[in-house]
Write a protein that binds this ligand. Structure first.
Ligand code: OFO
Length: 160
């Protein structure tokens, strides 16, 4: 992989897989507390992250670059209460957004329109992802960790 940009794309490919790994760990964390709906939400989120990774992988092959897998960091196991768990997820998405924005800047610097165009999809996706998590956090803050509200919301998220 020649350019800084392509190296960055490969790094992002790995980071999307790592994101999926983190969401699986969040799923385990809430499932252990008996919340199958929240767990379903996080498993689905993990699946989406693997799709984001796949999209990058396919692109790299399309431009004749072989993707390289790196080691995945062991994810955190305890994410605190429900609100805290989703807040950590939002912080993670903000980090993803930051990384995508840096890659867009780099693609413009390197004048690589193929990559700028690809990344536009990720820019839009991040707006949606952050908004989803903010909406959930707002609801959870109103529920205030009360079991009655949590169970109702759990069944709603289970239908995601
Ligand atoms: Fe792919 O980072 Fe979340 O969405």
């Amino acid at each position: 992989m020649e350019s800084k940009l392509l190296k960055g794309l490969n790094e992002q490919y790995n980071f999307e897989i790592e994101s999926g790994y983190i969401y699986i760990s969040m799923a385990h964390h809430v499932k252990e507390k008996g919340m199958d709906g929240f767990a379903h939400f996080f498993y689905k989120q993990a699946h989406e992250e693997f799709e984001h990774a796949e999209k990058l992988r396919n692109f790299l092959f399309e431009i004749d670059e072989k993707p390289v897998l790196e080691g995945i960091k062991k994810p955190q196991e305890d994410f605190g209460n429900f609100t805290e768990t989703f807040k950590t997820a939002l912080e993670h998405e903000k980090e993803v957004t930051k990384r995508i924005n840096k890659l867009v800047d780099l693609s413009v610097e390197e004048n690589d329109h193929r990559v700028t165009s690809l990344l536009q999809w990720y820019v839009d996706e991040q707006v949606e992802e952050e908004d989803n998590f903010r909406t959930i956090i707002e609801k959870l803050e109103r529920i205030n960790e009360a079991w009655a509200g949590l169970y109702l919301y759990d069944s709603e998220l289970g239908r995601r």
